[in-house]
Design a protein around this ligand. Structure first.
Ligand code: T1G
Length: 695
């Protein structure tokens, strides 16, 4: 019997079974909530029924509240009401947990009177990763089952735990393998026979633990000062020693505060960004099967890419110019794998098996005749890359995918030297390639859908967030980043200090400011880019030569002990020599330094990024604004709670962005120009969010 589209119940003697079926993950939508409450009430009123068991039929028990409903008016019954109805049910109600049992799903489970987990169940309170606190009793009922300290650990981190750990904590009562429905029926029978004890969570006492609360508050104040919801989680759990009704009311109030915070919108946008980018025009194409991969170049990028492939189960053949270079590449891969063992991503046996069986190397490309995919990761020189692709065109089997890891070169020019441009694609990894989640899948003019789909399938297997990009200098990320960099350089030339700029961007939420990042990446990389672009540079453009002056001294940042900062102690310190270079460059340009506020520093960086992002969209290099947000969230450390540059842009508004650009243009009309898309948005009232939903 259905009580809604996604909920049905049936009775077997004294046992009432409730099945939840809202694919793909049983998100607690209004339909599921309404149906569940109805089913509980019907079975509670049925005189024949003596025990109720709830289970899921999709890949999850309940993956939490329906995130798509956030920010919209709530429709009753809401989750807290369902949790109360279950907890106060006159008959024992139990839940069978398989797959993801997260957030509101776990809150429903701990409101029932016993929980049986299947092996592979994933439990947790990820609400904090969405900028909220558990809002249906999680911060009040969990301490009654697992204590305050364990609850704080789960709700302030959003970590997910397995069935074994949940059993050890006391979050579940049993682990049983098998079919969820059958387990629901058997467990209900065990309740009736007394073999499975039941209890109301509300009846359990909370052991006060002020020390744990203080520790959590201190730790968060130090580690996440700019985030909102983690601190609210601690405040909520702190109320769990109060009578349940009071604690629930306090939790709900904190939940509402979080729902209204802009961080919630940013974090939820980031959640959907990770998923939206997989929706591409080519998704209907069947990807090729990729098992064996050839990687050319054993430098930082090549060895990182090889490591990512090996960790995902591929067989890898590494090619380098000579034996020494090959040896260095293999040594870096071995080190990367050892790091994976340390991080618990791989066992020592797994590492040994990879090195013994799935990694080989050579100093020529001959053995690439059987691989399914080649990823070229040699230094950025068009001639060298074209020569390699001519060789691959001769050697590789028909249907092999030929990919380049170039971060800016024209992939059409690379494909043009082969007879199989349809199979040529850009796979732009980010360093360290076995760690960074972003992969720009760069589609050239003649790349066919099957090849694009193969790139996306590979990314999924590597656990990467793939974003589709068109061909231009720097694709999506580096093209926009170069304007973030320009804003930083102009601010320093005009009066700000590099460390002031860095601190302002850190307060905005970046882990590191631009100048510290440039020092980390190596100032010589930017220098080489500027030299490469010199010939094509607009003579009217204001050119900041501070970086060149620093590099001319042989200072390339961290790797050379100094750059914008001096790295001679535990804490990098601003480089006084660079301060002198900056003063000299200002004098040379006839600039009287001015004072910039932190707000203005942030505004100029964001406005420069957003302007170029608008041009990237207009050029069709990115499919949607959310793709650009995903690139910066997963590849450039953009603060997740800000949702990405274009989500942030909507919080500023196109009209205000135009006002800013026009005011900056008074100083430098050559650089600061209003992108036509912003004017169109003002005229039509369109937003970047609107463009995402239209796409
Ligand atoms: N609401 C709505 N849609 C959801 C969803 C949810 N909770 N979870 C997943 N989806 C969609 C997702 O967008 C995708 O859609 C499809 O399902 C498959 O997901 C009161 C308020 C469960 C581990 O934070 O972590 O409860 O892209 O591709 O890799 O305290 O999804 O196909 O259109 O991710 O197998 C707390 C979020 C909510 C869990 C499955 N819950 N979800 O991963 O599939 S807040 C969460 C996940 C809350 C209460 C509060 C994962 C997953 P589309 P997928 P997957």
């Amino acid at each position: 019997m259905n009580t809604s589209a996604s909920v049905s119940y049936e009775s077997h003697g004294a046992v009432g079974l409730i099945a939840l079926n809202n694919p793909p993950v049983n998100a607690a939508s209004h339909d599921l909530r309404h149906g569940l409450l109805e089913a509980v009430n019907v079975l509670a009123d049925d005189a024949d029924i003596r025990v109720i068991a709830i289970y899921g039929t999709t890949k999850a028990f309940i993956a939490g509240a329906d995130i798509r409903e956030f920010g919209k008016p709530g429709r009753d019954p809401m989750l807290p009401a369902i949790c109360l109805a279950l907890e106060n049910c006159a008959k024992p109600a139990i839940s069978v947990l398989h797959g993801p049992t997260l957030g509101g799903g776990l809150e429903v489970a701990i409101s029932t009177h016993a929980r049986i987990a299947l092996p592979g169940a994933i439990l947790g309170f990820p609400e904090v990763t969405l900028g909220i606190v558990p809002g249906a009793g999680g911060t009040q009922r969990a301490p009654r089952l697992i204590g305050i300290a364990a609850t704080l650990d789960l709700v302030t981190t959003g970590k997910r735990i397995g069935a074994e750990q949940a059993l050890a904590l006391g979050l579940v009562d049993r682990i049983v393998a098998g079919d969820a429905k059958q387990i629901a029926q058997d467990s209900a029978a065990d309740v009736l026979s007394g073999k499975l004890a039941t209890r109301r969570t509300c009846d359990l006492p909370v052991v006060p633990d002020q020390a744990a609360i203080d520790r959590a508050a201190e730790n968060l104040a130090a580690t996440q000062p700019h985030l909102f919801s983690p601190h609210k989680c601690v405040q909520a759990v702190a109320h769990s020693t109060q009578p349940l009704a009071e604690g629930l009311a306090r939790e709900r109030a904190l939940f509402k505060e979080c729902i209204d915070s802009p961080q919630r919108a940013g974090l939820i946008h980031a959640f959907f960004a990770e998923r939206a980018v997989a929706k591409i025009p080519e998704q209907g194409a069947t990807p090729r099967d990729i098992q064996s991969v050839g990687v050319i170049g054993g430098g930082t990028m090549g060895s990182g890419i090889a490591t990512a492939l090996l960790l995902a189960g591929h067989t890898v053949r590494l090619a380098e110019w000579d034996g020494d270079a090959l040896g260095r590449g293999v040594a870096t891969i071995e080190k990367n794998l050892a790091g994976a063992v340390k991080r618990g991503k791989l066992t020592e046996e797994g590492r040994a098996a990879i090195l013994a069986g799935r990694l080989s190397g050579g100093t020529d490309l001959v053995r690439f005749d059987t691989v399914d995919l080649v990823i070229e990761a040699v230094f950025e020189d068009m001639g060298v890359k074209q020569d390699i692709f001519r060789q691959l065109d001769r050697i590789c089997k028909p249907g092999a995918i030929l990919a380049t890891n170039t971060s800016y070169l024209d992939i059409n020019e690379i494909a043009a030297v082969t007879t199989r441009a349809a199979d040529v694609i850009g796979l732009h990894f980010f360093s360290p390639a076995h760690v960074m989640r972003l992969l720009e899948v760069v589609v050239a003019d003649r790349t066919v859908p099957k090849t694009v789909a193969t790139g996306f399938a590979l990314a999924k297997r590597l656990g990467k967030v793939a974003v589709r990009a068109g061909v231009c200098d720097g694709f999506i990320g580096n093209r926009i980043l170069s304007h973030y960099r320009k804003a930083a350089d102009y601010l320093v030339l005009d009066g700000a200090e590099p460390d002031q700029v860095d601190q302002a961007m850190q307060r905005f939420g970046f882990a590191m400011g631009p100048f510290a990042v440039f020092d980390l990446a190596g100032l010589d990389i930017g220098w080489a880019t500027r030299k490469r672009q010199a010939a094509a540079r607009d003579p009217a453009e204001r050119y900041v030569a501070i970086g060149d002056r620093i590099c001319e001294r042989g200072w390339f940042g961290r790797k050379s002990g100094q750059g914008y900062y001096v790295y001679d102690g535990s804490t990098p310190r601003p480089n006084p020599e660079v301060a002198a270079i900056i003063r000299a460059e200002r004098a040379r340009a006839g600039i009287t330094p001015r004072v910039f506020s932190d707000g203005e520093i942030v505004d100029r960086h964001m406005t420069a990024m957003i302007s170029e992002a608008a041009r990237v969209l207009a050029d069709g290099i990115a499919l949607r604004p959310i793709d650009i947000d995903a690139v910066f969230l997963f590849g450039y450390g953009f603060p997740r709670h800000r949702g990405g540059p274009l989500h942030h842009a909507d919080s500023v508004g196109a009209a205000e962005l135009i006002r800013r650009i026009e005011s900056y243009a008074a100083e430098d009309g050559n650089y600061w120009q209003v992108p036509p898309l912003l004017r169109q948005m003002v005229a039509s009232g369109q937003t970047f969010a609107g463009m995402n939903s239209e796409a």
